[in-house]
Design a protein around this ligand. Structure first.
Ligand code: DMJ
Length: 643
């Protein structure tokens, strides 16, 4: 196997032989009046000396210029230097990828320190290769793309007896294949995508259409979550839509469209209060489970795909925009906090629902939200342009500002960590005045860093939308720390990159505490967003693409006559009413003996009564609503009886 580091073919100014002007394109020196070869020799020598001096001065000036600009801007301020930064990212991608190619090619999991790879099931899923191939394409790593393509063609087959996570397989594998197809227009990727989607189909076969957490690829049977009382994660079921809708658009197969929008209909029929939703939903009842609300794990991409579904179909499905806006208002109303002493804005968690207290815990995962808010405010237009548009209002301005503040907080989650300058997985913000001079603490179990993308993702959006250099500088600082602390060179000279166990301390010999693992999103997302952050050509324009939650760019498309939004929202409850988001019944609890189950404290029958009690009193359509609600309740109760 030949390893091309991919940057050898990059043009290096005019130094290459082929770029030298040919004799016919040389200036007609001998014909010029000022360059008479027969001029007296001393004059010529003087001229040569002057030219030489001029040459020396210009070199000196150039060195001074570079020195000053480096001193002012930390080394990467001018255009040329951002191009260099982009090449450095490409180099890191190539090094990290070649190491995987050499030691674990085709394997789903890779341990870069011990140089061991393994599969998750009996056969490979292409976890690394499929998730990363569009990054290789975007970076023009052509030889690497070609080897990855050959592997996909010859070694990838999704038809085998193995239970996969519906969401992860959709966002990484289906998303990766669809984006590879779009970027290359090679049918191979689309064929594989269709075959995978067919294998995933059974995940949607629940009573409500809310997908099961897992699915068996060979039998196509959906499998409820083995823990959490069989509940699926809210983020997981609401983060399949971009992929299946694009597949539908490509194939004309409406089924995928309907299945994915049905999920949104069922979720929204819970009438979430202020647009905020608990992080579990039961696939058999469609009802939210538990009270925990957060934008971190299991909640995050629910909010992300509300906006992105709206953008994907070129702002034609206003239903998702409404849901998105409600959620943003809900976040502003219930989830924001300010830290002390530096007043960093953070997004906390509500363990007991929107009436409970705000916990100051924030996952690094939440850091996608700054970029999302900015994207939502301008809808992909540069900020200046968006501000001049007739629809721009104070609300957009506020959303954008909040996006900027949150992204600053996320940058500080790196910048404030003394030993490595890398963020831990989770922080807890300090909100008490005078207690500490630190804005957040890092608990012992939260010290790891999986080379996650969310902060650089937001920096990418904010740079694209504002053009402000500070976002690139912050991104470059983070990138340099990834290089410094997650890059490993072993005694054989192999270069690889690894997650860290602890960002707050180093080993006694000063080496980082490596975790001996690399996640596919390091290649699929983190390095891709960094590369695009330093790109000057608007590659993958935000006016033409939406990134799925795994950073796979999918094109924005028109719905045309063929596709339409197949559902309507039910009128929402007034915000002082209890939302329908309580717990589920023991009777339908098929997994009640499973450990770690979500606590259950209220029955569905009680919940049903709640809904009736909470029906809006003064609404014009009281009767209609009651009827609709009653029908829905009867269906739920019937389902319970059938259990
Ligand atoms: C990715 O798999 C996706 O971004 C997902 O939505 C959340 N987390 C990881 C990366 O951190």
């Amino acid at each position: 196997m030949s390893f091309n580091f991919g940057i050898s073919n990059i043009s290096r100014g005019n130094n290459s032989y082929k770029d030298k002007p040919t004799s016919s394109s040389l200036p007609l020196y001998y014909n010029s009046k000022n360059s008479n070869p027969f001029a007296p020799k001393h004059n010529r020598n003087k001229k040569i000396l002057m030219l030489f001096k001029g040459f020396l001065y210009s070199i000196l000036l150039y060195i001074v210029y570079i020195f000053i600009s480096n001193a002012i801007d930390g080394g990467v301020s001018n255009k040329t230097n951002w191009q260099r930064a982009q090449l450095e990212v490409k180099q890191a991608m190539a090094e990290s990828w070649h190491d995987y190619e050499k030691y674990a090619w085709g394997k789903d999991v890779y341990h870069p320190i011990s140089k061991v790879g393994e599969n998750m099931g009996p056969k490979p899923l292409g976890w690394m290769i499929v998730d990363s191939i569009d990054t290789l394409m975007i970076m023009n790593l052509d030889e690497e793309v070609s080897r990855a393509k050959d592997w996909i063609k010859n070694d990838l087959d999704y038809n085998f007896n193995y239970e996969v996570n519906t969401f992860e397989t959709t966002i990484r594998m289906l998303g990766g294949l669809l984006s590879a197809y779009h970027l290359s227009k090679d049918d191979l990727y689309l064929d594989k995508a269709v075959s995978l989607a067919n294998s995933l189909h059974g995940a949607f076969d629940s009573k409500t259409g809310i997908p099961y957490s897992s699915v068996n690829l060979a039998t196509g049977k959906g499998i409820p979550n083995h823990v959490d009382n069989g509940a699926s994660s809210t983020a997981e079921v609401a983060t399949l839509q971009l992929e299946f809708k694009y597949l539908s658009k490509l194939t004309g197969e409406l089924d995928w469209w309907r299945l994915s929008e049905k999920i949104m209909e069922v979720l929204d029929s819970n009438k979430p209060q202020d647009g905020l939703v608990p992080i579990y939903v039961n696939p058999d009842t469609g009802i939210y489970q538990g009270n925990l609300i957060r934008l971190g794990s299991r909640g995050d991409s629910y909010y992300e795909y509300l906006l992105k579904q709206y953008l994907q179909t070129n702002e034609q499905e206003s239903i998702y925009w409404q849901m998105y806006k409600e959620s943003v208002n809900g976040v502003k109303k219930h989830l924001l906090g300010k830290s002390e002493p530096n007043k960093l804005t953070f997004v906390g968690e509500l363990n007991q629902g929107i009436k409970g207290e705000l916990s100051n815990k924030m996952d690094h995962l939440v850091c996608f939200y700054g970029g999302l808010l900015a994207l939502g405010a301008t809808k992909g237009l540069p900020l200046k342009e968006a501000r001049n548009s007739p629809n721009w209002n104070k609300n957009n301005e506020d959303d954008f500002e909040l996006g900027e503040s949150l992204t600053y907080t996320c940058y500080k989650m790196y910048n404030e960590v003394e030993k490595t300058g890398l963020s831990p997985e989770i922080v807890h913000f300090n909100t008490e005045t005078g207690e500490s001079n630190k804005d957040f603490i890092i608990k012992p179990l939260d010290r790891h860093n999986l080379q996650r993308p969310e902060t650089v993702e937001s920096l990418f959006y904010l740079y694209r939308l504002t053009g402000e250099e500070k976002y690139r500088k912050w991104g470059y600082e983070i990138f340099k720390n990834f290089i410094k602390y997650t890059k490993v060179v072993n005694k054989d000279g192999d270069v690889s990159y690894s997650s860290l166990k602890d960002v707050t301390s180093l080993n006694q010999d000063g080496t980082p505490k490596f975790k001996d693992s690399v996640e596919s999103f390091w290649w699929a997302e983190t390095l891709k967003y960094l590369y695009l952050l330093f790109d000057d050509s608007d590659k993958i324009s935000l006016r033409e693409y939406v990134f799925n939650t795994e950073a796979h760019p999918l094109p924005i498309f028109e719905m045309g006559d063929y596709f339409k939004t197949g559902w309507k929202r039910q009128p929402t409850l007034p915000s002082n009413e209890e939302p329908k988001m309580r717990q589920k019944d023991e009777k339908i609890d098929r997994n009640k003996n499973i450990p770690n189950a979500q606590p259950v404290d209220k029955s569905i029958e009680e919940e049903a009564k709640d809904i009736l009690k909470n029906l809006p009193k003064n609404s014009k359509n009281d009767e209609d609503i009651k009827l609709e609600q009653k029908e829905k309740l009867n269906k739920i109760l019937k389902d319970i009886e059938n259990e």
